[in-house]
Design a protein around this ligand. Structure first.
Ligand code: ZN
Length: 263
């Protein structure tokens, strides 16, 4: 993978004939006591900080078989600090009208509300499909202002091929139907892993730390540990909404735990 473009909000990479962009939709401040130890208790040294700033990233793909694919849409008007995806796409010279397929990792608001701009416009006028795990459809449709997209929903299961070289992979625990996407170029494997990590500075070094909004913390913890182990062993590039900027990097073994090397 070669980095070809870098600003605060955009990372552009090439891998073989393919391109991957990491695009900032902004950030969100969350209570620091949402970071939990294995007993589901806040981590005292962290909780003292009061608030944690989480990045909100989306990813776009380009090249043979994957032109016009976006992974997650950010928070739109969900928070006052999200919803900058439209400007970030312009910074990356990506026309929202070129996006035809949105692949969602799950249906939480910071990943789906970006279908609409903060002022309520449809951001992707030529969208033809929204890929989502079967178990996440109910949560998506519970968002009444997104019901206009119902006819576009295309439920998938673990292992389903979404596009050429792009495959859905179950990453259970954080939310109903939380899935990731593997993207195999000739040069690199990427794993877009959604909300496996919320606090990168702490969770790579201690993958047992969970997030208060993980539906099933034990399952989410096991998923995180397996994702780190597999990515470190295979040299996979991981990409996540809350990985900070630039939002893409490698997992490395670090003693008994892991480290994270941003791109
Ligand atoms: Zn999230």
């Amino acid at each position: 993978m070669i980095v070809t473009f870098r600003t605060d909000n955009v990372l552009g990479c090439t891998a073989g004939a393919w391109r991957v962009w990491s695009l900032s939709d902004g950030y969100v401040e969350m209570p620091a006591d949402l970071l939990r130890d294995p007993q589901n208790k806040p981590v005292p040294q962290v909780a003292q900080a009061g608030a944690l700033r989480l990045s909100v990233n989306c990813f776009a793909l380009g090249g043979p078989g994957v032109d016009g694919i976006l992974i997650d849409s950010g928070g739109g008007g969900w928070a006052s600090t999200t919803g900058r995806l439209e400007q970030t796409l312009a910074e990356a010279s990506i026309d929202p009208a070129s996006i035809t397929l949105l692949a969602l990792t799950h249906a939480h608001q910071d990943h789906v509300y970006g279908l609409l701009t903060p002022d309520g416009r449809v951001l992707f006028p030529n969208l033809k499909a929204i890929v989502i795990a079967e178990e996440a459809v109910k949560g998506f449709l519970a968002e009444t202002n997104l019901s206009r997209f119902q006819s576009l929903l295309k439920p998938v299961r673990n292992g389903d091929q979404v596009a050429e070289r792009l495959r859905a992979v179950a990453l259970p625990g954080h939310a109903p139907g939380h899935i990731g996407y593997t993207f195999d170029t000739t040069d690199d494997r990427f794993l877009f892993f959604g909300d496996i990590v919320h606090v990168p500075v702490l969770q790579f070094g201690n993958p047992a730390l969970s997030w208060g909004y993980d539906d099933d913390q034990a399952v989410a913890r096991a998923t995180r540990q397996k994702a780190f182990r597999d990515a470190a062993e295979a040299g996979t590039l991981v990409a996540g909404a809350h990985l900070g900027r630039p939002g893409v990097g490698r997992v490395v073994h670090d003693g008994g735990a892991y480290g994270y090397e941003p791109a």
